[in-house]
Design a protein around this ligand. Structure first.
Ligand SMILES: NC(=O)c1ccc[n+]([C@@H]2O[C@H](COP(=O)([O-])OP(=O)(O)OC[C@H]3O[C@@H](n4cnc5c(N)ncnc54)[C@H](O)[C@@H]3O)[C@@H](O)[C@H]2O)c1
Ligand SMILES: [Zn+2]
Length: 529
């Protein structure tokens, strides 16, 4: 895949491109230099003698030619990708737009002569730069990746670009381990390589646990990747859905692990949503007193929530997740390509947790979602929205690995949410229940004057533009909701706790919420239009 660097003149496309190409060991092509060589004259001369239209046609032809090459690093002319057809020609490429502030551009260009759009005769070059930047703003905005180069050296910018190409690697530090977390597209086929897995460290007998649906869609690349590193993976499939997240299924898993000769040095791969991750993780925590396991989350919820933090569990007839353990995975590898096969309702449900994390600790992510409530699930960037949503949980878990304090913040929307799920007989999606729960919690906070009405409407607006519900179903009475919350509390033997937002990025835990306050909120939300 070609790597294309574009951006305004003076943003460093050529110098950065050369360094990036060197670092990656790839061929470097500067389009302007190539056109000059092919035409036997400078760009200014081409503009002068043949006109801009001729130059643009040459550029278009060159884009098509270069896009077909294997792996070049290309720096374009400043205007090349203003043309949507040229952007389309590089549709398969990884395109990065370099940005810089006008003053920095002016600084970098002082002394440069061969800039036809900024000829010596221009009376106020700074103003000209601002005008040109304005004129191109919309076109540049169409480019997926942007990198601000202001105040950075060529080397720094080049390193950032090389970083963009790598899957993002973040780490959770737990008391006794560090768990690397990879997020990016196309990672399932690189599982073995990414973790530097070898049969020297692990036994060749390993297992991939999944369900038939996810297995059919996504198991082959994982199995192939493991075979490529000398492993002999056994594919274990447990029927789909929460009702199979039981000790019974775990027992079937044990049978197959024994059959497949997994030993204490074996490793288990959990490929699927939270159900598979929780169950396979529990099997890994207990088989032979614990073997290593890797989370390969394939739902948005599992990526941003369930796979991080080392809680694994199965359900008991008396309640969800009652039998479990703390077991940090050896690694988490989140391949965002998997999200493209996820049903829309599941993606939406995961979005509720993304919004939850944004409210708890990432104002920028919240604002980004306000701008773009349906972001592209396939993410390659270091600062991708999926990675950002994961980071919020990672930070909290790193500070409170065993859930003794701050980790309770992650329950924002869940005290109400669990009650709604229960009362709907689990007909309501978890994310839908959490969305309504977050609205309830924020309204409760507003009633206590912890936050203002503006926060309530921002949160409600974002959730509803995403397509999540924000109103309590009329058939659920305040009495029933309070009773359901009390049952939940009794079941887990804890106090009734609410996480209340004070502002974006600032939530507090309250355990003195009264029945009357809860009733008021439900009332408000059942009558509000
Ligand atoms: N351990 C934790 O900290 C933690 C945190 C939150 C939730 N959980 C648990 O997570 C579970 C919910 O997880 P979930 O929402 O991922 O549900 P899930 O695992 O049931 O997956 C949802 C559905 O999507 C399908 N699916 C998964 N990936 C797919 C893909 N890429 N393409 C197409 N279909 C795909 C599954 O087969 C399933 O039908 C619950 O059991 C919950 O208790 C655990
Ligand atoms: Zn949740």
């Amino acid at each position: 895949m070609p790597l294309v660097l574009t951006g305004f003149m003076g943003t460093g496309k050529t110098s950065v491109g050369q360094v990036v190409a060197e670092k990656l060991g790839r061929e470097f092509v500067d389009m302007d230099v190539l056109i000059q060589a092919e035409e036997g004259m400078t760009i200014s001369k081409i503009f002068e003698t043949r006109g801009e239209a001729y130059f643009r046609a040459r550029e278009a032809e060159l884009c098509a030619r270069l896009a077909a090459r294997d792996n070049p690093v290309i720096s374009t002319g400043g205007g090349t990708l203003v043309n949507p057809q040229n952007r389309a020609r590089f549709g398969e490429a990884f395109v990065v737009c370099l940005d810089a502030e006008p003053d920095e551009i002016l600084d970098r260009l002082s002394g440069a002569r061969d800039r036809p759009l900024l000829a010596q005769s221009v009376p106020n070059p700074r103003q000209r730069i601002v005008e040109l930047l304005d004129a191109r703003r919309e076109a540049y905005a169409q480019i997926e990746w942007h990198l601000n180069t202001t105040g950075k050296t060529v080397e720094q910018v080049a390193d950032e670009i090389v970083g963009l190409l790598q899957p993002r690697k973040i780490a959770v530090t737990a008391p006794d381990s560090v768990c690397p977390i990879f997020v990016g597209s196309g990672l399932l086929e690189r599982v073995g390589k990414l973790m530097n897995l070898t049969t020297d460290t692990f036994s060749p007998y390993c297992a991939t646990i999944t369900n038939p649906r996810v297995g059919e869609l996504h198991a082959s690349p994982v199995i192939e990747s493991l075979r490529g590193r000398g492993f002999e993976p056994r594919l274990i499939e447990i029927p789909d859905s929460e009702q199979y997240k039981t000790l019974d299924s775990v027992s079937q898993i044990y049978d197959q692990l024994i059959d497949a000769r997994l030993d204490r040095h074996s490793i288990i791969f959990a490929l699927g949503g939270g159900v598979i991750g929780d169950m396979a993780g529990f099997a890994a925590a207990t088989y032979l007193r614990g073997v290593s396991f890797v989370q390969l989350p394939t739902t948005l919820l599992a990526m941003v929530d369930a796979s991080i933090g080392g809680k694994v569990a199965v359900d008991h007839p008396r309640g969800k997740n009652l039998i479990g353990a703390f077991k940090q995975p050896h690694a988490v590898i989140a391949d965002t390509n998997a999200l493209t096969t996820l049903p829309a309702a599941e993606l939406n449900s995961g979005m509720a947790e993304v919004v939850k994390h944004a409210i708890i600790d990432d104002v920028g992510l919240f604002e980004m979602l306000e701008q773009n409530p349906h972001p592209d699930p396939i993410t390659r960037s270091k600062r991708s929205w999926v990675a950002r949503a994961m980071q919020v949980k990672i930070n909290i878990v790193a500070r409170d690995p065993l859930e003794q304090g701050e980790r309770a913040k992650l329950n924002l929307g869940h005290t109400f949410g669990h009650a709604f799920e229960l009362l709907s007989n689990y007909g309501m999606q978890h994310g839908e229940a959490v969305a309504i729960g977050m609205v309830c919690a924020t309204r409760l906070a507003a009633q206590r004057d912890l936050c203002d009405a503006h926060l309530v409407s921002r949160i409600e607006n974002l959730l509803s533009t995403i397509g999540l519900p924000t109103r309590v179903p009329r058939e659920m009475s305040a009495d029933a909701i309070w009773a359901a919350m009390a049952t939940d509390k009794k079941r887990v033997g804890s106090r009734l706790r609410f996480v209340l937002p004070r502002a974006l990025g600032d939530v507090v835990i309250a355990d003195d919420v009264t029945r009357e306050e809860v009733e008021n909120v439900i009332d408000e939300l059942q009558t509000a239009s």
